[in-house]
Write a new protein. Structure first.
Length: 159
């Protein structure tokens, strides 16, 4: 008996579920990724210190201030006055009070105790310590009222 081969088309592979899984994985890894470095501004070159260590526990209520200089492509200062960098905006030290008041008002509005809020200061290595102290004093003024501070630095390897 002679059998006739059936006209069978090769099976088609449906890629839709595979694409869905890939997008779900991308979304998952984006959500669980720590965005600490996203807050870091490359215009701020942190000082190096042997005692600098990251906090053991992530701070619950904190906000970050990037304080540094405008530099050219070679790293030379283009302006001797330091600025605060808020995304694409550059704010001089004299005008930062308004931003600090807005942050304080935000935390008060959501009912957070001001004693629990940590102001994390990322100051450029070239920023004078007196300017950082002036910033801390501004943060402690009436109408603002921050009391806890953390200064960021990169860890210097012991040689």
């Amino acid at each position: 008996m002679k059998f006739k081969p059936a006209d069978v088309a090769p099976p088609e592979l449906d890629m839709t579920p595979m694409i869905d899984i890939v997008f779900q994985l991308i979304t998952f890894f984006m959500v669980i990724n720590k965005f600490d470095q996203a807050e870091a501004d490359e215009r701020v070159t942190l000082p190096k210190d042997q005692l600098a260590v990251p906090p053991a526990v992530q701070r619950k209520d904190s906000f970050l201030l990037n304080f540094g200089y405008l530099r050219d492509q070679k790293g030379n200062l283009t302006n001797p006055e330091p600025f605060f960098f808020f995304a694409d905006e550059q704010v001089p030290l004299a005008q930062v009070r308004q931003r600090l008041r807005q942050e304080a008002q935000f935390y008060q509005t959501i009912g957070t105790d001001m004693k629990e809020v940590v102001v994390e200061i990322r100051a450029d290595a070239d920023v004078k310590s007196g300017m950082v102290q002036e910033l801390i004093q501004m943060c402690q003024e009436d109408g603002i009222g921050f009391q806890r501070f953390a200064l960021k630095a990169t860890q210097k390897m012991i040689e």
